[in-house]
Design a protein around this ligand. Sequence first.
Ligand code: UT7
Length: 329
Amino acid sequence: MENIKGIKIVSTGSYLPPKILTNEELSRMVDTSDEWILTRTGIKERRIAEKDVTASDLGAAAAKIAIGRSGLKPEDIDIIICATISADKIFPSTACFIQNKLNMPDVTAFDVSAACSGFIYALQVSAGLIKSCMARNILIVGTEVLSKFTDWQDRSTCVLFGDGAGAMIISSSDHNDALLSCHLGADGNYSELLHIPAGGGKMPASPDTVKKHLHYMKMSGKEVFKVAVVKMAEAFEKAVSKTKLSVSDISLLIPHQANMRIIDAVARKLDFPLEKTYVNVHKYGNISAATTIVALDEAISEGRVKKGDVVALVAFGGGFTWGASIIRI
Ligand code: UT7
């Protein structure tokens, strides 16, 4: 492993639960409308996991597809890293459940917690582990069942989120580095603008926290919106500036899919063409850590990205956290 130059992206996969929840159906559950949701967010529908389906189930399904496309055997994988905010349990890690479901005993497995930026954080951690010769092949999974942490009586959040999973396999490369650059950031000052208040050590579960719906996601949407636009644009610019490339060399921008108005505002701020910006928010809503990898997998399947193309993944989420990766497919 002495000649490692970097990583290569070997394969991707994604899995979305089949059940669709439309805006129309939501408007029969809370005081909202298809028109409000579509004009304020761009979302038309989202996927919802069945009652007994967990983040590790979706993650394992996406991982199986990525492994199947990789030409590797499960025993070739050295490490599984999972990014999620809708873990099966507070502990053990969702990566351990995925490891078990994939029947990969003894493989190192752990979670990365960086909310919607989780996949970009996990990719950077994985690349570091490969470049420091700790691993040759890593399975990275971004998976969410946000529907289970959604207050279905709160119209300000329940229209926004969905469920799904994506996976990527990266391997060591003796030639080039497919992770051309990365910029990560965080600001814990904003932790209460997007969070689940109860169920952790700060506010342990009690009948009172359950009664007050404090185990569900809470968001100050307007404030999050403003910082998201600034930080996603900044992360993209900083990541590009660490490469020898110019913005016109980026074949596809894959921004976090929380709101079409945020995607528009980021593209406008960067003066980046919308036709080179990937959008699937209308189909899935916000699937947090799964968003960028599901979008990348779809973009590859649709032929929007070809071998050798340069793609920018950009995300923003609770923490606050943000990040951008410039990758060569
Ligand atoms: O993944 C991490 C990143 N997350 C994000 O980036 C999300 C960022 N925030 C957003 O996307 C937007 O702020 C929202 C979509 C959450 C909200 O859009 P907004 O334009 O900021 O609306 P608002 O919260 O200011 O609400 C405007 C109005 C309010 O009514 P009044 O006070 O003006 O009478 C809300 O009560 O819209 C009302 N409203 C709704 N009406 C119908 C809020 N939610 C709904 C709803 N249906 N679902």
